[in-house]
Design a protein. Structure first.
Length: 450
């Protein structure tokens, strides 16, 4: 054999790669059975190298050796050639992944280290992976992931046992895993690219009915009034959510430094919100009175820490414990998210403009919407909450405020939509959205709208 030859044509095997690794003048190998397949030795470590596929003179890297051995590379070559025959510039990348389980293992690890995702989001997705996706799909070969296979192994069994909103969420985790792997060129093609959730389930997912209504407010507020002295934390947690329509996660993480009774504002940092956008809520006289009363109860029990709702470890109360408290408080009849729903529905009934309600809920907005309403936002939000808290006074909030509350004598009539025309007929209309729409939210994996 000519020692000046730099590329050898061989029957490509791992043994051939190892055999020629010591021959420093051999720079590359070409597969005699598959002429499009080339192997190049690393210039740093000749026990390693890279695979390349050449179609019509165009080279494309397909992976690294020994992570991808000769047998695996040859088995994936036909699919690469099929892509490249249609488009010579198409991706040639392959990985050592052979099954759906390989993709899911990669995604679980990547997601677990993603600082951009909340702990709740990670826990929900990890649960979907661990309990449903991996057990049902881990052994399915990537080439065998077809819509009939996915329907038979995952979608139809899930819809028999679980609510459709949950089934859609599990499907979403799987779709994101494959989309992310393809976007990073870890998969040459996405076997789910042409799939849609509605291919498998056509039934429309209907919002969950609210389990709290305005008629339930008097007994609820009466119960909270009887509880607040002996169980101030759980009572005030519910009251803050009811009064402001906040999410459980936003509320339980509240810090005293962000509650300003002088400027009458409650600031919620971006890190504590679902939308990752900071949120400011006006504090009405009623809210300030409630907060002052709660602070006195908290200090009387010896707590001087930074959190409104402290947990046992010195941090804020955990999501799990907060949910447990609500289960006991509601006796299983409603959830913390129903407090947010009843507030939103009541705002609409009181004539609060749709966009003002969206701002109070801290729902994600388009940039145009956010810019359009920014100038008058705080004033509109304050008027809306003042009307809402006046309404709550007529339905049982007043005893919770105590005898020292100066405003209760002025709250003898229930607010009507006509009383708050100034912010219902906003100078910032809802840009094509339906006014006074009663909003409900789908519940994602792992809980409510936190």
């Amino acid at each position: 054999m000519n020692d000046l030859v730099k590329t050898l044509t061989v029957v490509m095997t791992d043994a051939e790669i190892r055999r020629h690794a010591s021959r420093l003048h051999v720079r590359a190998l070409r597969d005699a059975r598959h002429p499009e397949l080339h192997f190049r030795y690393s210039t740093v470590d000749r026990t390693k190298g890279s695979w390349h596929v050449v179609v019509r003179g165009k080279w494309g890297k397909a992976g690294n050796y020994p992570g991808i051995n000769a047998k695996l590379m040859q088995s994936t070559l036909p699919s690469i050639l099929a892509r490249r025959s249609a488009d010579p510039a198409a991706n040639s990348v392959t990985t050592r992944w052979a099954t759906v389980g390989d993709v899911l293992a990669w995604y679980a690890d990547r997601m677990g280290r993603d600082r951009g995702l909340s702990s709740k989001r990670k826990a929900s997705a990890q649960s979907a992976l661990r309990r449903h996706l991996v057990p049902r799909l881990q052994d399915v070969e990537l080439e065998a992931l077809t819509s009939p296979a996915l329907d038979r192994l995952l979608m139809w069994p899930l819809q028999e046992r679980y609510e459709l909103s949950f089934v859609r969420s599990v499907y979403g985790v799987l779709a994101v895993a494959f989309r992310q792997a393809t976007r990073l060129a870890l998969l040459g093609s996405n076997p789910m690219a042409s799939f849609k959730y509605t291919d498998f389930v056509q039934t429309r997912i209907r919002p969950k009915a609210a389990r709290l209504r305005s008629d339930d407010l008097p007994p609820l507020l009466l119960d909270l009034g009887e509880r607040i002295e002996r169980a101030p934390l759980e009572s005030m947690l519910a009251l803050m959510m009811l009064c402001h329509g906040t999410r459980l996660g936003e509320t339980r993480l509240a810090r005293w430094k962000n509650v300003n009774l002088t400027t009458r504002q409650w600031f919620i940092p971006a890190a504590d919100t679902k939308t990752k956008a900071e949120h400011t809520l006006p504090l009405t006289p009623q809210a300030c009175t409630l907060i002052e009363r709660y602070r006195c109860l908290q200090q009387a029990r010896g707590y001087q820490g930074p959190f409104l709702f402290p947990g046992r470890s010195g941090a804020a109360i955990s999501a799990t414990l907060a949910s447990t408290l609500f289960t006991g408080l509601a006796k299983g009849e409603w959830s913390s998210h129903d407090l947010r729903k009843v507030a939103r529905t009541a705002w609409a009934d009181l004539g609060v403009d749709y966009m003002v309600g969206e701002m109070l809920l801290n729902h994600a907005m388009k940039d145009l919407d956010a810019t359009y309403i920014h100038t008058a936002a705080e004033g509109l939000k304050r008027q809306a909450l003042e009307a809402w808290h006046n309404y709550l006074e007529q339905h049982g909030l007043t005893p919770l405020l105590g005898e020292t509350y100066a405003g209760h004598e002025n709250m003898k009539t229930t607010p009507k939509a006509t009383d708050i025309k100034a912010f219902s007929d906003s100078q910032y209309p809802s840009q094509g959205r339906k006014h006074n729409e009663k909003v409900t939210a789908h519940t994602p994996i792992g809980g409510g709208d936190e």
